[in-house]
Design a protein around this ligand. Structure first.
Ligand code: TRP
Ligand code: SF4
Length: 328
Protein backbone atom coordinates (compact mmCIF):
# COMPACT_ATOMS: atom_id res chain seq x y z
CA UNK A 1 0.00 0.00 0.00
CA UNK A 2 1.25 3.45 -0.84
CA UNK A 3 1.14 6.27 1.69
CA UNK A 4 -0.21 9.71 0.79
CA UNK A 5 3.15 11.38 0.39
CA UNK A 6 4.18 12.72 -2.97
CA UNK A 7 7.80 12.14 -3.89
CA UNK A 8 9.51 14.00 -6.69
CA UNK A 9 12.95 13.93 -8.13
CA UNK A 10 14.66 15.02 -11.32
CA UNK A 11 17.84 14.08 -13.09
CA UNK A 12 19.71 15.89 -15.76
CA UNK A 13 19.75 13.76 -18.91
CA UNK A 14 23.05 11.93 -18.80
CA UNK A 15 22.27 9.20 -21.32
CA UNK A 16 22.83 5.56 -20.59
CA UNK A 17 22.81 4.68 -16.89
CA UNK A 18 25.78 3.00 -15.19
CA UNK A 19 26.24 0.96 -12.04
CA UNK A 20 26.79 4.11 -9.98
CA UNK A 21 23.39 5.45 -11.06
CA UNK A 22 21.85 2.12 -10.21
CA UNK A 23 23.19 2.05 -6.64
CA UNK A 24 22.80 5.77 -6.03
CA UNK A 25 19.43 6.55 -7.59
CA UNK A 26 17.64 3.82 -9.48
CA UNK A 27 17.40 1.41 -6.58
CA UNK A 28 15.79 4.11 -4.45
CA UNK A 29 13.42 5.07 -7.25
CA UNK A 30 12.31 1.44 -7.58
CA UNK A 31 11.55 1.26 -3.87
CA UNK A 32 9.86 4.66 -3.87
CA UNK A 33 7.40 3.79 -6.64
CA UNK A 34 6.00 1.10 -4.33
CA UNK A 35 5.71 3.42 -1.33
CA UNK A 36 4.66 6.86 -2.52
CA UNK A 37 3.02 8.73 -5.32
CA UNK A 38 6.08 9.39 -7.47
CA UNK A 39 7.04 11.96 -10.06
CA UNK A 40 10.33 11.32 -11.82
CA UNK A 41 11.39 13.77 -14.48
CA UNK A 42 14.24 14.51 -16.85
CA UNK A 43 15.61 17.96 -16.12
CA UNK A 44 16.64 18.90 -19.65
CA UNK A 45 16.48 22.62 -18.96
CA UNK A 46 18.88 22.12 -16.09
CA UNK A 47 21.22 20.29 -18.46
CA UNK A 48 21.27 23.40 -20.62
CA UNK A 49 22.72 25.49 -17.79
CA UNK A 50 26.08 23.82 -18.32
CA UNK A 51 25.77 22.15 -21.72
CA UNK A 52 24.46 25.05 -23.75
CA UNK A 53 27.39 25.00 -26.18
CA UNK A 54 26.82 21.48 -27.43
CA UNK A 55 23.20 20.48 -27.39
CA UNK A 56 23.53 17.77 -30.02
CA UNK A 57 22.90 14.84 -27.67
CA UNK A 58 20.24 16.38 -25.42
CA UNK A 59 17.21 14.56 -26.85
CA UNK A 60 19.05 11.31 -27.32
CA UNK A 61 20.38 11.42 -23.74
CA UNK A 62 16.86 11.96 -22.44
CA UNK A 63 15.51 9.00 -24.39
CA UNK A 64 18.42 6.76 -23.39
CA UNK A 65 17.87 7.58 -19.75
CA UNK A 66 14.17 6.80 -19.90
CA UNK A 67 14.86 3.51 -21.68
CA UNK A 68 17.21 2.48 -18.88
CA UNK A 69 14.75 3.55 -16.18
CA UNK A 70 12.06 1.39 -17.73
CA UNK A 71 14.34 -1.56 -18.37
CA UNK A 72 15.41 -1.43 -14.74
CA UNK A 73 11.80 -1.71 -13.63
CA UNK A 74 10.35 1.75 -13.23
CA UNK A 75 6.72 1.11 -14.00
CA UNK A 76 4.70 3.91 -15.60
CA UNK A 77 1.56 2.57 -13.94
CA UNK A 78 3.21 3.12 -10.55
CA UNK A 79 5.02 6.41 -11.17
CA UNK A 80 4.86 9.37 -13.51
CA UNK A 81 7.83 9.94 -15.78
CA UNK A 82 7.96 13.20 -17.69
CA UNK A 83 10.33 15.66 -19.29
CA UNK A 84 10.71 19.08 -17.72
CA UNK A 85 10.63 20.92 -21.05
CA UNK A 86 7.24 19.36 -21.85
CA UNK A 87 5.81 21.32 -18.94
CA UNK A 88 6.14 25.04 -19.78
CA UNK A 89 4.23 25.85 -16.60
CA UNK A 90 7.52 25.25 -14.79
CA UNK A 91 9.21 27.98 -16.82
CA UNK A 92 6.50 30.49 -16.03
CA UNK A 93 6.54 29.59 -12.37
CA UNK A 94 10.34 29.92 -12.41
CA UNK A 95 9.85 33.49 -13.62
CA UNK A 96 7.62 34.36 -10.67
CA UNK A 97 9.91 32.69 -8.16
CA UNK A 98 12.90 34.52 -9.62
CA UNK A 99 11.19 37.83 -8.75
CA UNK A 100 11.20 37.04 -5.05
CA UNK A 101 14.57 35.29 -4.77
CA UNK A 102 17.29 37.59 -3.44
CA UNK A 103 20.56 37.43 -5.38
CA UNK A 104 22.41 36.93 -2.11
CA UNK A 105 20.70 33.57 -1.55
CA UNK A 106 21.95 32.33 -4.89
CA UNK A 107 25.45 33.73 -4.62
CA UNK A 108 25.91 32.29 -1.14
CA UNK A 109 24.83 28.80 -2.25
CA UNK A 110 27.73 26.45 -1.59
CA UNK A 111 26.90 24.09 -4.45
CA UNK A 112 27.00 27.07 -6.78
CA UNK A 113 30.38 28.16 -5.46
CA UNK A 114 31.78 24.62 -5.74
CA UNK A 115 30.59 24.30 -9.32
CA UNK A 116 31.95 27.68 -10.30
CA UNK A 117 35.32 26.42 -9.14
CA UNK A 118 34.97 23.00 -10.74
CA UNK A 119 33.45 23.85 -14.08
CA UNK A 120 35.33 27.08 -14.59
CA UNK A 121 33.84 30.49 -14.01
CA UNK A 122 33.84 31.39 -17.71
CA UNK A 123 31.51 28.55 -18.71
CA UNK A 124 28.92 28.98 -15.98
CA UNK A 125 29.02 32.69 -15.23
CA UNK A 126 25.55 32.94 -16.74
CA UNK A 127 22.21 34.20 -15.54
CA UNK A 128 20.73 30.75 -16.16
CA UNK A 129 23.31 28.94 -14.09
CA UNK A 130 22.96 31.32 -11.15
CA UNK A 131 19.24 30.68 -11.35
CA UNK A 132 19.65 26.90 -11.38
CA UNK A 133 18.23 26.44 -7.86
CA UNK A 134 15.26 28.71 -8.60
CA UNK A 135 14.33 26.51 -11.53
CA UNK A 136 14.79 23.50 -9.29
CA UNK A 137 12.51 25.10 -6.70
CA UNK A 138 9.93 25.63 -9.45
CA UNK A 139 10.15 21.91 -10.37
CA UNK A 140 9.49 20.93 -6.80
CA UNK A 141 7.01 23.54 -5.59
CA UNK A 142 4.77 23.42 -8.65
CA UNK A 143 4.03 19.76 -7.86
CA UNK A 144 3.60 20.31 -4.08
CA UNK A 145 6.13 17.57 -3.42
CA UNK A 146 6.41 16.29 0.16
CA UNK A 147 9.61 14.35 -0.31
CA UNK A 148 12.61 15.05 -2.49
CA UNK A 149 15.39 12.44 -2.53
CA UNK A 150 18.70 14.10 -3.20
CA UNK A 151 22.40 13.55 -2.79
CA UNK A 152 24.30 15.52 -0.19
CA UNK A 153 25.52 18.07 -2.74
CA UNK A 154 21.91 19.00 -3.45
CA UNK A 155 20.92 19.80 0.14
CA UNK A 156 21.60 23.54 -0.22
CA UNK A 157 19.27 23.57 -3.24
CA UNK A 158 16.54 21.93 -1.21
CA UNK A 159 17.01 24.44 1.58
CA UNK A 160 16.69 27.21 -0.98
CA UNK A 161 13.47 25.73 -2.32
CA UNK A 162 12.11 25.76 1.23
CA UNK A 163 13.17 29.37 1.76
CA UNK A 164 11.61 30.44 -1.52
CA UNK A 165 8.37 28.68 -0.57
CA UNK A 166 8.35 30.45 2.80
CA UNK A 167 8.92 33.81 1.20
CA UNK A 168 6.15 33.24 -1.33
CA UNK A 169 3.79 32.22 1.44
CA UNK A 170 4.79 35.27 3.46
CA UNK A 171 4.02 37.68 0.62
CA UNK A 172 1.01 36.04 -0.97
CA UNK A 173 -0.56 33.88 1.71
CA UNK A 174 0.16 30.31 2.77
CA UNK A 175 0.01 28.12 -0.32
CA UNK A 176 3.25 26.43 -1.31
CA UNK A 177 4.37 23.31 0.51
CA UNK A 178 7.86 23.18 2.01
CA UNK A 179 9.45 20.01 0.68
CA UNK A 180 11.40 17.60 2.85
CA UNK A 181 14.79 16.42 1.64
CA UNK A 182 15.34 12.69 1.79
CA UNK A 183 19.04 12.06 2.01
CA UNK A 184 19.81 8.72 0.45
CA UNK A 185 22.81 6.89 1.80
CA UNK A 186 24.43 5.40 -1.26
CA UNK A 187 27.64 3.41 -1.32
CA UNK A 188 30.22 5.00 -3.58
CA UNK A 189 30.60 2.75 -6.57
CA UNK A 190 34.21 2.76 -7.74
CA UNK A 191 34.85 3.22 -11.44
CA UNK A 192 37.48 1.28 -13.39
CA UNK A 193 40.22 3.65 -12.24
CA UNK A 194 39.16 3.62 -8.60
CA UNK A 195 37.64 7.09 -8.71
CA UNK A 196 33.90 7.49 -8.26
CA UNK A 197 32.09 5.97 -11.24
CA UNK A 198 31.12 8.75 -13.61
CA UNK A 199 30.46 9.07 -17.30
CA UNK A 200 32.70 12.12 -17.46
CA UNK A 201 35.66 10.19 -16.03
CA UNK A 202 35.18 7.54 -18.72
CA UNK A 203 35.42 4.84 -16.03
CA UNK A 204 31.87 3.50 -16.03
CA UNK A 205 30.29 0.11 -16.52
CA UNK A 206 26.94 0.76 -18.16
CA UNK A 207 23.86 -1.24 -17.31
CA UNK A 208 23.48 -1.93 -21.01
CA UNK A 209 27.04 -3.18 -21.54
CA UNK A 210 27.15 -6.65 -23.08
CA UNK A 211 28.88 -9.42 -21.10
CA UNK A 212 32.01 -9.11 -23.29
CA UNK A 213 32.28 -5.42 -22.57
CA UNK A 214 31.73 -6.00 -18.87
CA UNK A 215 34.51 -8.59 -18.81
CA UNK A 216 36.88 -6.27 -20.66
CA UNK A 217 36.14 -3.40 -18.33
CA UNK A 218 36.47 -5.46 -15.16
CA UNK A 219 39.88 -6.66 -16.42
CA UNK A 220 40.94 -3.02 -16.55
CA UNK A 221 39.91 -2.30 -12.97
CA UNK A 222 42.65 -1.25 -10.60
CA UNK A 223 43.48 -3.71 -7.84
CA UNK A 224 45.95 -3.73 -4.97
CA UNK A 225 48.99 -2.26 -6.74
CA UNK A 226 51.36 -3.87 -4.25
CA UNK A 227 50.36 -7.31 -5.46
CA UNK A 228 52.59 -8.61 -8.22
CA UNK A 229 52.17 -12.39 -8.21
CA UNK A 230 48.89 -14.23 -7.69
CA UNK A 231 50.12 -15.67 -4.41
CA UNK A 232 51.29 -12.36 -2.90
CA UNK A 233 49.12 -11.46 0.08
CA UNK A 234 46.61 -8.79 -1.01
CA UNK A 235 44.87 -5.85 0.65
CA UNK A 236 41.21 -5.94 -0.32
CA UNK A 237 40.55 -2.65 1.46
CA UNK A 238 42.53 -0.73 -1.17
CA UNK A 239 41.15 -2.66 -4.14
CA UNK A 240 38.30 -1.39 -6.37
CA UNK A 241 37.43 -4.90 -7.48
CA UNK A 242 36.85 -5.83 -3.88
CA UNK A 243 34.79 -2.70 -3.26
CA UNK A 244 32.61 -3.72 -6.20
CA UNK A 245 32.38 -7.33 -4.96
CA UNK A 246 31.09 -6.01 -1.66
CA UNK A 247 28.33 -4.07 -3.40
CA UNK A 248 27.34 -6.48 -6.17
CA UNK A 249 28.56 -9.89 -5.06
CA UNK A 250 28.37 -9.90 -1.29
CA UNK A 251 28.65 -13.67 -0.79
CA UNK A 252 31.76 -13.88 -2.93
CA UNK A 253 33.24 -10.92 -1.06
CA UNK A 254 33.05 -12.85 2.21
CA UNK A 255 35.10 -15.68 0.71
CA UNK A 256 37.47 -13.50 -1.23
CA UNK A 257 38.52 -11.28 1.63
CA UNK A 258 40.45 -13.92 3.65
CA UNK A 259 41.63 -15.70 0.49
CA UNK A 260 43.06 -12.48 -0.93
CA UNK A 261 44.83 -11.65 2.32
CA UNK A 262 46.32 -15.15 2.39
CA UNK A 263 47.42 -14.94 -1.23
CA UNK A 264 45.15 -17.83 -2.11
CA UNK A 265 43.16 -16.18 -4.86
CA UNK A 266 44.54 -14.41 -7.91
CA UNK A 267 43.19 -11.08 -9.13
CA UNK A 268 42.31 -12.60 -12.48
CA UNK A 269 40.05 -15.24 -10.91
CA UNK A 270 38.59 -12.63 -8.60
CA UNK A 271 37.77 -10.38 -11.55
CA UNK A 272 36.18 -13.24 -13.45
CA UNK A 273 33.81 -13.80 -10.56
CA UNK A 274 32.84 -10.14 -10.48
CA UNK A 275 32.34 -9.92 -14.25
CA UNK A 276 30.20 -13.06 -14.30
CA UNK A 277 28.12 -11.82 -11.45
CA UNK A 278 27.54 -8.42 -13.07
CA UNK A 279 26.62 -10.01 -16.40
CA UNK A 280 24.16 -12.35 -14.71
CA UNK A 281 22.60 -9.65 -12.58
CA UNK A 282 22.12 -7.42 -15.60
CA UNK A 283 20.77 -10.14 -17.93
CA UNK A 284 17.07 -9.39 -17.27
CA UNK A 285 17.82 -5.69 -17.72
CA UNK A 286 19.44 -6.30 -21.12
CA UNK A 287 16.50 -8.42 -22.20
CA UNK A 288 13.92 -5.83 -21.20
CA UNK A 289 15.96 -3.10 -22.81
CA UNK A 290 16.16 -4.99 -26.10
CA UNK A 291 12.40 -5.41 -25.98
CA UNK A 292 11.89 -1.67 -25.48
CA UNK A 293 14.29 -0.88 -28.32
CA UNK A 294 12.20 -2.99 -30.69
CA UNK A 295 9.25 -0.65 -30.17
CA UNK A 296 10.33 2.95 -30.63
CA UNK A 297 7.00 4.36 -29.44
CA UNK A 298 7.47 3.11 -25.88
CA UNK A 299 9.43 6.10 -24.63
CA UNK A 300 7.19 8.74 -26.13
CA UNK A 301 4.13 6.90 -24.80
CA UNK A 302 5.61 6.80 -21.32
CA UNK A 303 6.53 10.48 -21.46
CA UNK A 304 3.05 11.48 -22.59
CA UNK A 305 1.27 9.40 -19.97
CA UNK A 306 3.57 10.87 -17.29
CA UNK A 307 2.92 14.33 -18.60
CA UNK A 308 -0.83 13.71 -18.52
CA UNK A 309 -0.54 13.08 -14.79
CA UNK A 310 1.81 15.97 -14.01
CA UNK A 311 0.22 18.61 -16.20
CA UNK A 312 -3.08 19.09 -14.31
CA UNK A 313 -1.17 19.52 -11.04
CA UNK A 314 1.14 22.11 -12.59
CA UNK A 315 -1.74 23.94 -14.28
CA UNK A 316 -3.70 24.18 -11.06
CA UNK A 317 -0.69 25.48 -9.13
CA UNK A 318 0.07 28.04 -11.79
CA UNK A 319 -3.53 29.27 -11.94
CA UNK A 320 -3.52 29.69 -8.17
CA UNK A 321 -0.15 31.46 -8.27
CA UNK A 322 -1.30 33.88 -10.97
CA UNK A 323 -4.39 34.64 -8.95
CA UNK A 324 -2.32 35.39 -5.87
CA UNK A 325 0.06 37.57 -7.88
CA UNK A 326 -2.79 39.44 -9.52
CA UNK A 327 -1.42 38.47 -12.92
CA UNK A 328 -3.29 37.75 -16.15
N1 TRP B 1 19.81 19.45 -9.58
C1 TRP B 1 19.50 18.05 -9.65
C2 TRP B 1 20.78 17.27 -9.94
O1 TRP B 1 21.67 17.78 -10.54
C3 TRP B 1 18.49 17.76 -10.71
C4 TRP B 1 17.16 18.38 -10.41
C5 TRP B 1 16.56 19.35 -11.14
C6 TRP B 1 16.30 18.04 -9.34
N2 TRP B 1 15.35 19.65 -10.59
C7 TRP B 1 15.16 18.87 -9.47
C8 TRP B 1 16.39 17.14 -8.27
C9 TRP B 1 14.12 18.80 -8.56
C10 TRP B 1 15.34 17.08 -7.36
C11 TRP B 1 14.21 17.91 -7.50
O2 TRP B 1 20.88 16.14 -9.59
FE1 SF4 C 1 41.48 -7.19 -5.28
FE2 SF4 C 1 40.46 -9.57 -5.68
FE3 SF4 C 1 43.01 -9.08 -6.35
FE4 SF4 C 1 42.33 -9.22 -3.79
S1 SF4 C 1 42.22 -10.87 -5.27
S2 SF4 C 1 43.59 -7.61 -4.72
S3 SF4 C 1 40.26 -8.36 -3.82
S4 SF4 C 1 41.19 -8.20 -7.26
Amino acid sequence: MKDTKRLLTGYRPTGRMHLGHYEGNLKNMLAAQEEHECFFFIADWHALTTKYKDVSSLKRDTVDMVIDWLAMGLDPTKCSIYRQSDLPEIAEFNLYLSMITPLGWLERNTTYKDQLRELGARLVATYGFLGYPVLQAADILIMHADLVPVGEDQLPHLELAREIARRFNHYYGAYLKEPQAVLSASPKVPGLDGRKMSKSYDNAIFLSDEPDAITKKVRMMVTDAARVRANDPGHPEVCSVFAAQKIFNIDAAAEIEPACRAGEVGCSACKTRLAERLSDTLAPFREKRAEILRDPSVVSDVLSSGLAKAKPVAETTLAEVRERLNIG
